[in-house]
Design a protein around this ligand. Structure first.
Ligand code: PEP
Ligand code: MN
Length: 356
C-alpha cells in the first residue's frame, strides 16, 4: 500500500495538550506522528498507510492549536518544495545563504599552519569572499595521507576569524567531535563520504549550528535530500546543500560536476544550494568556468579551494587556486553576480506579489 504523508504546523504557542491530541488523532487514522520542536513552533510530520487521508486532513485541520495541514507526496517531506515554496535562507554572521546575496566560501582544503590560514583568510576576504573554509579533520582516501591538524586546526581557524571577522566553515567527521567542532565553527560541514552517515546526521540535528551537507560521491538527488531530511527531522532546520561532483565513467576530471542538480534541486527543495567546482573538477584550470556556470545556473553560492602555495599544499593542491587567481576569479564573476542579484531580486518581488 502506498505510504502517505502530511505535515501539520501547530500555531505558535500551541499547548502540550493540543500537540498530544493531534498526535493521538493521527494515530486513530493510521498515521505515525513525528513531532519536531522548533524554536518558534511545533510541526508534526505524519506518515502512514491511512486509508482516509482527506478525512484525516480535514479532521486534523479542525483540531485546536492547528495552523495548517499540507499533504506531501515526495519521499523527503520537510525539505520538499511541497512543504515550503519559498527558499529557506540560512543566516550566518550577518550573511544569508539562499538570500539576496551570492555567498562565496573560500579557503584551503586543509588548515596547515598559522601563516597559511591567516594569509589565505586575509587574501580571500580582500577579494570579496564572505565565509572562510578550511579542514581541520580531513576525510582522506588513504590512511597514509595528511589527516588534518584537528583541534590545533580549529584553534587556527578561530584565530583567522578573530583577525578578519569572517565566519568559519569546517568539516566534522564523527559524532564524538560534533560538540568540539561546533564550539569553533559557525557552519558544520558534512563531507561527501559522510553523506549517509546517519548517526552523524541525527547528531547534527542537535548541534545548534547550521549544517552544510555535501553530496555523496555516488548519491542520487533523492538520497541527497533524504540525508538532509535526517538533519531536519532530528531538530535542525538550518541546512543547506553543496553539489561537489559525482563519480561517473569520466576520468579526465576528478568528478563530474552535476550542474543540472541546481535547477533540479530548485524544483524539489526549499533548501539553499551552493556549488564546489574545486572538488567538482579536481583541476584549477577548470574552476573559473564552472564557477561562472554555477552563478548562471542559479546556485546560492560557491565554495572554492584557495592556497597561498598550491605546490606545497598537504591536500588538494592541484585544484586549489593561488591567491591572485582567486582575486581574478572574483573580478571575473562580478558581472555574473550582478545579473544574479538582479534576477534574485525580481524573483523575490514576484513571490511577494504572488503571496499578496
Ligand atoms: C573538502 O571540502 O575539502 C572535502 C573533503 O570535500 P568532499 O567531502 O566533497 O570530498
Ligand atoms: Mn579538499
Amino acid at each position: 500500500m502506498e505510504r502517505k504523508a502530511m505535515i501539520i504546523s501547530m500555531k505558535i504557542g500551541a499547548t502540550k495538550e493540543e500537540i498530544a491530541h493531534v498526535c493521538e488523532r493521527l494515530g486513530d487514522f493510521g498515521y505515525k506522528a513525528h513531532p519536531i520542536f522548533g524554536e518558534e513552533r511545533v510541526v508534526i510530520g505524519a506518515v502512514g498507510h491511512g486509508e482516509r487521508k482527506e478525512q484525516a486532513m480535514e479532521s486534523i485541520e479542525a483540531a485546536p492549536g492547528v495552523e495548517s495541514v499540507v499533504s506531501i507526496s515526495q519521499p523527503f517531506k520537510f525539505v520538499s518544495k511541497e512543504f515550503r515554496q519559498a527558499k529557506s535562507p540560512v543566516k550566518v554572521n550577518g550573511w544569508e545563504i539562499g538570500g539576496s546575496e551570492f555567498i562565496v566560501f573560500a579557503g584551503p582544503c586543509s588548515v596547515e599552519s598559522e601563516e597559511q590560514i591567516l594569509a589565505t583568510a586575509e587574501a580571500v576576504q580582500r577579494a570579496g569572499a564572505h565565509i572562510l573554509r578550511g579542514g581541520a579533520f580531513k576525510p582522506r582516501t588513504s590512511p597514509y595521507d595528511f589527516q588534518g591538524l584537528e583541534v590545533e586546526g580549529l584553534k587556527l581557524l578561530l584565530k583567522a576569524k578573530e583577525r578578519t571577522g569572517m565566519a568559519i566553515c569546517t568539516e566534522v567527521m564523527s559524532t564524538e567531535d560534533v560538540d568540539l567542532v561546533a564550539e569553533y565553527s559557525d557552519i558544520l560541514q558534512v563531507g561527501a563520504r559522510n553523506m549517509q552517515n546517519f548517526n552523524l546526521l541525527k547528531r547534527l540535528g542537535k548541534a545548534g549550528r547550521p549544517v552544510m551537507l555535501k553530496r555523496g560521491l555516488s548519491s542520487t538527488i533523492k538520497e541527497f535530500l533524504l540525508s538532509a531530511e535526517y538533519i531536519v527531522t532530528s531538530g535542525n532546520s538550518n541546512v543547506f546543500l553543496c553539489e561537489r561532483g559525482i563519480r561517473t565513467f569520466e576520468t579526465y576530471t576528478r568528478n563530474t560536476l552535476d550542474l543540472s542538480a541546481i535547477p533540479v534541486l530548485e524544483e524539489l527543495t526549499h533548501l539553499p544550494i551552493i556549488v564546489d567546482p574545486s572538488h567538482g573538477t579536481g583541476k584549477r584550470s577548470l574552476v573559473p568556468a564552472m564557477a561562472r556556470a554555477s552563478v548562471a545556473a542559479g546556485a546560492d553560492g560557491l565554495m572554492v579551494e584557495v592556497h597561498p602555495n598550491p605546490e606545497r599544499a598537504l591536500s588538494d593542491g592541484p585544484q586549489s587556486l593561488r591567491l591572485s587567481q582567486f582575486d581574478q576569479l572574483m573580478k571575473d564573476l562580478r558581472p555574473y553576480m550582478d545579473l544574479w542579484k538582479a534576477e534574485r531580486a525580481s524573483a523575490q518581488a514576484a513571490a511577494l506579489v504572488g503571496k499578496a
